[in-house]
Structures are given as C-alpha cells and as structure tokens.
Design a protein around this ligand. Structure first.
Ligand SMILES: [Zn+2]
Length: 149
C-alpha cells in the first residue's frame, strides 16, 4: 500500500473522529484496496470532498463506495480545470485526427493537439476514463464481516 493511501486514511480518520486501529481489519483492508486504485493526485481532493460533504459518523469512516464517488468527482473537476478539448487548425475538420500523406498513400493519424491533451491528462494522473467502481454484489455474496455495514 502506498504512503499516499495511508496518509489519506489517517487524515480521514482524524476528520471523522475515528481511530484507524479501532476499525475492523476487514473494513480497513477493503478501504485500502479501494483507495489503491485511485490515482495519487486525486487522493487529496477526494479526502477534502469527503470531509466537506459526508455526514459525521462517530468512530467510523465513509464507505469505500462513497470515497470512490468523491474520487470520481475530484477527477472530473481536474479534467474540467484543463478546459474543453478543442481541435487545432490542422484537425478542425476531423477533431483529433489528421490526414498525413506518405509515399505509399494517405493515412489518418492522431493529431499532435490530441497527443498533447492526452499527455496533460496523464501528467495529472487523472486519465480520460472514469475511475472503475467496484462491481455490485448480491446480498448472498457478502461475508458476515462485511454485512454489518
Ligand atoms: Zn489538432
């Protein structure tokens, strides 16, 4: 588990009046597993959003699914901050693509503006795809430890 995830859980615990050492082991494990999939640049805004918007629950933390919702919200905010993707003068007719003429014929390739956009998203660690949420499970698939929350 990364230090960033440990720090995020510690800050959440302090803010929600919980003690990490008092959380059931399974709960802590699932929380760590869920947050391990969140890109590092999103952890801090995720924690801030959880603190600002989630109701206090004395001695416990928001559920992993709630934190993943907050992480997705934070990711969308970071993507929004980049601004809308707009085509450049080289690709205005076929946004993000351009036709390049090679000796053996014309080929359609990704435009440089699209590549630069992808590089910026990668640099932020936020990607263009939504964060994967854990798959839903039927009631019978929960263990006794998980069922209580
Ligand atoms: Zn372009």
């Amino acid at each position: 588990m990364s230090d960033a995830v440990t720090l995020a859980i510690a800050v959440l615990a302090e803010s929600f009046n919980a003690k990490v050492e008092n959380l059931p082991a399974m709960r802590l494990k699932l929380l760590q597993k869920a947050l391990a999939g969140v890109p590092a640049p999103i952890l801090e805004p995720m924690v801030l959003r959880a603190i600002r918007t989630r109701k206090p629950r004395w001695g416990d933390l928001p559920a992993p699914a709630e934190l993943l919702e907050d992480a997705e919200y934070a990711r969308l905010e970071l993507v929004k901050a980049l601004g809308l993707y707009e085509s450049c003068c080289e690709c205005e007719d076929q946004v993000g693509w351009r036709t390049v003429t090679h000796p053996d014929g014309a080929k359609v390739e990704r435009c440089g503006c699209w590549r630069r956009r992808q590089a910026k998203l990668a640099q932020l660690g936020v990607g263009a795809e939504p964060l994967a949420l854990p798959a839903g499970r039927r009631d019978g698939e929960f263990t006794d430890n998980e069922r209580e929350w």
